[in-house]
Design a protein around this ligand. Sequence first.
Ligand code: 3HC
Length: 719
Amino acid sequence: MPMVDYSVNGSVAVLLVNNPPVNALSYAVRKGLADGMQKATKDSKVKAVVIAGKGRTFPAGADIREFGGPNREHWLVAVGNGIEQSGKPVVAAIHGTCLGGGLEIALFCHYRIALNSAKVGFTEVAIGILPGAAGTQRLPRITGLPVAFDMITSGRHVSVEQAKKYGIIDEIVTGDIVNEGIKYAMSVVGKSTIPRRLRGKSVPDAENVQKYADAAMAQVKRKYKGYEAPVYCVKAVQASAEKPYDLGVANEQTLFKVLGTSGQALAQQYAFFAERLITRWEMPGGNYQTAKPVPVRSVAVIGAGTMGSGIAVCILSAGLTCYLVEQNEKFLQNGIKTIKSLMEGSVRLGKISVEVGKRATTLLKPTMSYDDLTGVDLVIEAVYENLDLKKEIFAKLDKVCKPSTVLCSNTSSIDIDRIAVATKRPEKCVGVHFFAPAYHMKLLENIYSTQTSPDTAATVMKLGKVIGKVPVLVKSCQGFLANRMNTPYGTESSFLVEEGALPWEVDQVMEDFGMPMGPFKVRDLSGLDISMKITAEIAKTLGVTLTDETRFMGGSRYSHLNTILAKKGRLGGKAGKGWYKYEKAGGKIPTIDDDVVAILDNHRRNLGLEHRTISSQEIIERLMYSCINEGFKILEEGIAKRPEEIDISWLYGFTFPKYLGGPMYYANKVGLDRVYERICYYHEQFPYTKHWVPSLLLRRLSEQDVPMSQWMASPGAKL
Ligand code: 3HC
């Protein structure tokens, strides 16, 4: 089937790309464009050409699924050169998202018009590469260096209004984009295309390239620490001002090839597809296709604490009505204040428009009465982790809310069935686990329980999308997916310092590995009193009394170090000391504290543990492989259906570096047999640590030598 429809309208040839859903520039599309240009050139009746996209968008980039496949002709630069060299004016008529290779094609055209709703951008950096069809050489010739550095290293989508200011778009139009394209093309018939060919233009302000490049490099190293692609993007754009056009393009190609085959690009492309794959969720009795979400226009949030206020900000930012419920006026006022200041911050940072910010004040409905909630479509309970309190709230909600209202709990660990028993609508009860800070972190872990209906699951999956989160659906269990899998990470970091590593050594190793912040800095940030409370809660459930020397709880080895520090008033950053001390820069910068070394020495003596030197490799293995082992158990038990759900949870819940793909993808790269062997080794070393009991699924896969890519559904896993 041709993927570019060719038609002639009067004296204008129209090349309409027809490769749904995003008109990606696959081999067939590239060939269709090249053939279409040839036909238009030969046809003496044709005086101008329009390139546009059928359906929802102008081409949104190269076809990522083709990466890593065989090299095929009709290379995008060659197709683009054919367009640029044409003596007949070529107009790009843009609607939807004109991204990556799509924008490159548009930049080869002599004119660009766009609907006012369209967006343009060079998004390659987000999948670990750089624009590879002369985009790094052509954009600076239009916009100048600072804008080109910014657009290409950030990958941001640029509004058409902004793009016109930058000179990327010649005219903004309304109406049918193809008709508008034809009209525009008629207006430029007969004009010479030579002055419109970007290859012949010079880069403005080229003599200052080093200054701009240094600033861009400093920015990407700070903002995208560890990522290779932004660094390469800077180098490629820099060359546009230092080399003649053709050499600049050749240089871009070299850099593109190096990046394209790098582990980082493959991992980021895996993550791209994994994120889309997990929207195809399934659970007993239904799936994303069969279930019907309840329409949600109004939401109530119960609890105006840090979590509740953060959730309310997400709801309001999406333009939904949000009731905020508290039990007393003071808490309610505090919540309103927090929400207002967060919304103002979002407007300042450009995350939401001024209008949305203003509208939020009328959409926010603070109340102390459950009676106001009779008509709401969905409620999110966000009070502290206490089963009895949650049950009491759900019982009240069940009485006042209309029968169709979906009742959600923002619990991070309590089984939803245990809360739902308080209602007569267990099928409408579901978990929605936000990550702190709720207004910022993208993951929304939705949890179905034995009684949750697929329609209810569909409702919260849809809500997640509406409020700009990445929703993942998992089955209920202790800690669900994210916290259950993350628990060994925290536990092992404590064990490591008990055995001889220092907290700042562990942090450094994990930051070098790619985590934005080491585990001890994270603890100081969230507060050691919080970890102490969680520990006490677990101990209560298990019926054990904690002492400073407690080493075993519930039959498993256990570390009590957080509590020891917290009891000494070392509650973290907010107290000026925790695992670090905070004296510099107004108490914001963590510095090494000898007192912590003394506390650890003393603790080790109390436990009779020998101090030993621990290698970086062991730190990584103990922290990562313990979590990976738990991840395989989560798959074994059907808590998550696919490794992609686990990886996406880590990328968006714990800021795991995208360039490593996620812990399960990472395990596959290391080699499942190697990971399994090391897990067995640590199980032997620490037989009383439950999380080292090897997963049966991992054992099976490693013994049968089955790489994960064979059973991962994401096309990215196979790249
Ligand atoms: N290649 C292959 N498939 C793509 C694709 C691409 N460039 N872009 C999107 N798709 C697929 C998705 O995987 C998804 O497939 P599925 O239905 O089987 O899961 C489908 O198209 C729809 O995508 P989304 O669900 O993401 O649709 P949205 O409407 O939410 O978003 C979009 C549309 C904004 C275009 C988003 O898909 C996107 O950001 N795509 C990637 C854009 C990009 O990175 N382009 C640059 C590619 S690299 C390049 O051009 C190199 C060049 O410089 C040489």
